[in-house]
Design a protein around this ligand. Structure first.
Ligand SMILES: NC(=O)c1ccc[n+]([C@@H]2O[C@H](COP(=O)([O-])OP(=O)(O)OC[C@H]3O[C@@H](n4cnc5c(N)ncnc54)[C@H](O)[C@@H]3O)[C@@H](O)[C@H]2O)c1
Length: 261
């Protein structure tokens, strides 16, 4: 029996870590409900999962809009019979300080990065309770612990994810729902590519930037989305049955040191 056979997993985002997670959970036998806002990426993921024989429903969803998240959960339950796993990976990454970030940008970061986790919990947890339990994994960041300059809104949401993870874990432990977060360092995905191109998208030498980012990590490289997906899959699985309310760093040692040589 495959490790996620008969399990239904809702994933927010359809690129990067979400894409690798969808592939990983599908290869373990899960039915996938993926919610992304980029139609081209959504179509590519649906086609790939169909080709691989996975059971998959990829939906165009703005995960910061309550009715859209409610409908996505309902569509997944309708198609596959329930909900067992939620992986919250969708995020936006605006640049700016408190003075340079306008309020719309601030609110968008809050509603996409942290509001969506509340929304998938709000609509998804009752379905998990109906199944007798489940697992939620939230993708936070090392920036929830120690942040860079000029990412005030983004870093704030990542710290908030750590707190919401603990709160959900406590509130639903007795319902058999485990809730954890993962905090990646630099991972080779579209969000990092954007960072590599610079705030204005002008710095084109992405591989040189990846090398530079990698050198900041004690392991000397950036991480791969499949490495994060493997940790997420573990936390979603019954092997992690005693893990809840915790954050798991996957950062090549980045936050182990104090950054001074
Ligand atoms: N790549 C890294 O270096 C890194 C490091 C630390 C944390 N993270 C976190 O990992 C998670 C995944 O990011 P990624 O690295 O895979 O990059 P990514 O850009 O591929 O993933 C972000 C996803 O969120 C989706 N999204 C954005 N707004 C949305 C909305 N309103 N509705 C639905 N989907 C929306 C995007 O379309 C995209 O699929 C994010 O939470 C990010 O903050 C990434």
């Amino acid at each position: 029996m495959l490790e996620f056979e008969d399990k239904v997993a809702l994933i927010t985002g359809t690129t990067g870590i979400a894409l690798a997670t969808a592939r990983r959970l599908a290869s373990g036998g899960a039915s996938i409900v993926a919610c992304g806002i980029v139609e081209k990426a959504n179509a590519a993921l649906q086609a790939e999962l169909n080709r691989s024989g996975a059971k998959a429903l990829v939906l165009t969803v703005d995960v910061s809009v309550p009715d859209q998240v409610r409908s996505a959960v309902a569509a997944g339950v309708d198609r596959f019979g329930g909900l067992d796993v939620i992986v919250n990976s969708a995020a936006v990454h605006p640049y700016g300080t408190a003075t340079s970030t306008d309020f719309d940008t601030w609110n968008k970061a809050m509603s996409v990065n942290i509001g969506s986790i509340y929304l998938t919990a709000h609509f998804g947890i009752p379905e998990m309770i109906r199944r007798g339990g489940g697992a939620i994994v939230n993708v936070a960041s090392v920036q929830g612990f120690a942040c860079q300059e000029n990412v005030a809104a983004y870093a704030t949401t990542k710290g908030a994810i750590h707190t919401l993870t603990r709160s959900l874990a406590l509130d639903y432990a007795r319902s058999g729902i485990r809730v954890n977060s993962v905090s990646p360092g630099s991972i080779r995905t579209p969000i990092l590519e954007k960072a590599a191109r610079g705030e204005n998208g002008t710095d084109a030498d992405v591989e040189a930037a990846y090398k530079r980012f990698g050198e900041a990590h004690p392991l000397g490289r950036i991480g791969e989305p499949e490495e994060v997906a493997e940790l997420i899959a573990f936390l979603c699985s019954s092997k992690a049955g005693f893990c809840t309310g915790a954050d798991y760093k996957i950062d090549g040692g980045l936050t182990a040191g104090i950054g001074v040589k």
